[in-house]
Design a protein around this ligand. Structure first.
Ligand SMILES: Cc1cc2nc3c(=O)[nH]c(=O)nc-3n(C[C@H](O)[C@H](O)[C@H](O)COP(=O)(O)OP(=O)(O)OC[C@H]3O[C@@H](n4cnc5c(N)ncnc54)[C@H](O)[C@@H]3O)c2cc1C
Length: 391
């Protein structure tokens, strides 16, 4: 056992020689955004928490972003590195969205979710049970509750999002941005993809330090488009627009499932692993941060965190979002821009209901029905078929 990695875990040898960390109220496995938020808020609420991750202090590298109105108030100001008041999309035409969007400052978020008072253990969980976690080094953690926040690992059976991005100085990115200043989704076909190829879009987001992330993104695929293909498309698109990226760029490679693993488990989960990821967008960070206090409340009151996360309206929304995912996977590639044109023509409140309100069944149904009525007939058929296949 490597005691140097044990910052405050309080390990002691058990009778059989294994190290034992006993009886915290809560053991959190995984310190991504979900696990760290949970450990932080639970400790703040007075629970005795042990948290385990192979690299507990490693900074998060993905560029996390969210709609600003999704973030919970307790986070306070200062966790965003950039905000765009009116992000733009190019579907069949350019348009601005009346909903502020922000890129998270990972370091600031890490600090905000400080683990003061949490016993942090550096280690890899080999087995995770409802009340016990066994680490690879033999350490055993026995806890009142265990919450599995290990995220999602790639799985060929699952739909996934893939993307390839580069971070360039804002001046170099300018020709790709035009007057919009930011593209939340740019579906123009200047990326050398054939009309019937699976489509990808450009995500072009200012990062707040005079740099811009230019990312060719496959929203969902089963499997997602390979990263090499996305890299070629990004190169082609940037060449067409006259962008000359400088050498030695920071690169972002994205590949993660947008739906949870299918194997059932009795262990309560949180974050992407718990299904808090939106299958139609791949976003989970804001939903997770918003849900954390409900889970802490359940832990304190002794109720089941899964029941708190998944009341029946949330389960209905989950099914409806899965219908949406099926529709996206089945869409005729040539019609994808028209589909998103109809989506972004919805009143912003309807967009928000579909994208962000994970327990608002009437709002989600309203958004989907409105969309169904307004898309062109061939797309309507695809949506109807998705609904029939996934009730
Ligand atoms: C490049 C990229 C960009 C993204 N952008 C966005 C975005 O803009 N907005 C958004 O909402 N989502 C985004 N996502 C999706 C995002 O990954 C997830 O939504 C988010 O990271 C999920 O957080 P999580 O804490 O649930 O899981 P993770 O971030 O996957 O964290 C899981 C943690 O568990 C630990 N762990 C794994 N196995 C073990 C084990 N056996 N024992 C102990 N610990 C373990 C890992 O070390 C890790 O720290 C992006 C993903 C990528 C890859």
């Amino acid at each position: 056992m490597d005691h140097r990695r044990d910052r405050a875990g309080g390990r002691r040898p058990a009778r059989d020689g294994r190290a034992l960390i006993s009886q915290p109220d809560l053991a959190v496995v995984g310190l991504g955004p979900a696990g760290r938020a949970l450990a932080h808020r639970a400790a703040r609420a007075g629970l005795d928490v042990v948290a385990v991750d192979p690299h507990p202090d490693r900074p998060w590298t993905p560029t996390y972003a969210a709609w600003v109105d999704e973030l919970p108030h307790w986070l306070g100001p200062g966790v965003l590195r950039a905000t765009v008041a009116r992000p733009h999309v190019w579907t069949t035409r350019p348009r601005a969205l009346d909903r502020a969007y922000g890129v998270l400052d990972n370091r600031a978020l890490h600090r905000r979710l400080d683990l003061a008072g949490v016993r942090v253990v550096g280690g890899f969980a080999a087995a995770v049970g409802t009340r016990v976690v066994l680490l690879r080094d033999g350490t055993e953690i026995r806890a009142g509750r265990v919450i599995d926040a290990r995220g999602l690992s790639p799985d060929p059976a699952l739909a996934e999002q893939t993307a390839f991005g580069i971070v360039v100085p804002a001046s170099a990115a300018a020709p790709a941005m035009g007057e919009a200043g930011c593209w939340f989704m740019d579906w123009r076909r200047d990326n050398a993809a054939a009309p019937d190829d699976p489509p990808s879009f450009l995500y072009a987001m200012p990062l707040g330090d005079d740099t811009v992330l230019l990312e060719e993104t496959c929203l969902v695929g089963r499997p997602g488009l390979p990263l090499d293909e996305l890299r070629c498309r990004l190169d082609a698109r940037l060449r067409t627009r006259g962008v000359e990226p400088p050498a030695n760029l920071e690169v972002e490679r994205v590949r993660f499932p947008v739906e949870p693993h299918r194997a059932r488990s009795d262990v309560a989960a949180f974050g992407a692993r718990a299904g808090l990821i939106h299958p139609g967008t791949g976003y989970s960070v804001a939903a997770t941060l918003s849900a954390v206090d409900d889970v802490v409340g359940a832990l304190i009151s002794g109720s089941d965190p899964a029941k708190v996360l998944w009341p029946w309206p949330a389960r209905i929304v989950r099914s409806l979002r899965n219908v949406g995912l099926s529709a996206l996977l089945d869409l005729d590639p040539a019609r994808t821009p028209e589909f998103f044109d109809a989506f972004f023509s919805l009143p912003v409140e309807r967009q928000r209901a579909y994208l962000s309100r994970r327990a608002d069944a009437p709002g989600t149904i309203g958004a989907m029905w409105h969309l169904f009525r307004t898309v062109p007939p061939p797309i309507r058929r695809t949506l109807a078929m998705a609904g029939v296949r996934r009730p």
